[in-house]
Design a binder for this molecule. Structure first.
Ligand code: DQA
Length: 139
């Protein structure tokens, strides 16, 4: 089972960025915990602040991996291109958000990914990534 977590812009600052919303843990720390917890999964992590790099990564993994866990961060609300890439690939994508975007500004209520995602998990902090991985394991 091969699963990749793809994080979008500013998520490289987790642990430092608005900790009251996003928590105190860096993603690298949390990723090591996930690798420990899911030893049976070949788990990869990719982060980019650049929209096109996220699209290229989706294309690269999207015909061979078993699952993509995607937090496209701010691009969720703006990127037709990432939405199109998710639609174009064969690998199922679970959309994750650390915060409950529906509790926040109106512009965060729109997602170009939700209509083409397998499922959406939001508002559970970093636990959302673990839930997304579990959702692939049950298939
Ligand atoms: C986010 C929510 C987005 O609205 C925001 O732009 C982010 C992070 C989240 O995980 O809660 O950068 O995707």
């Amino acid at each position: 089972m091969k699963i990749i977590i793809i994080n979008g812009p500013n998520l490289n600052l987790l642990g430092k960025r608005e900790p009251e919303i996003y928590g105190n843990s860096s993603f690298e720390n949390y990723f090591s915990e996930l690798q420990f917890r899911f030893k049976e999964v070949q788990l990869e992590y990719f982060q980019s602040n650049i929209e096109g790099e996220i699209i290229s990564k989706l294309q690269e993994v999207g015909f061979s991996y078993d699952g993509v866990v995607l937090n496209a961060a701010a691009y969720t609300h703006t990127s037709v291109g990432i939405g199109d890439a998710v639609k174009a690939i064969e690998t199922p994508v679970v959309e994750v958000h650390i915060s409950n975007t529906f509790k926040r500004e109106d512009y965060r209520h729109i997602s170009y990914i939700s209509p083409v995602a397998k499922g959406v998990i939001l508002g559970f902090g970093l636990l959302g990534y673990e839930l997304a991985i579990r959702s692939f394991l049950k298939d």
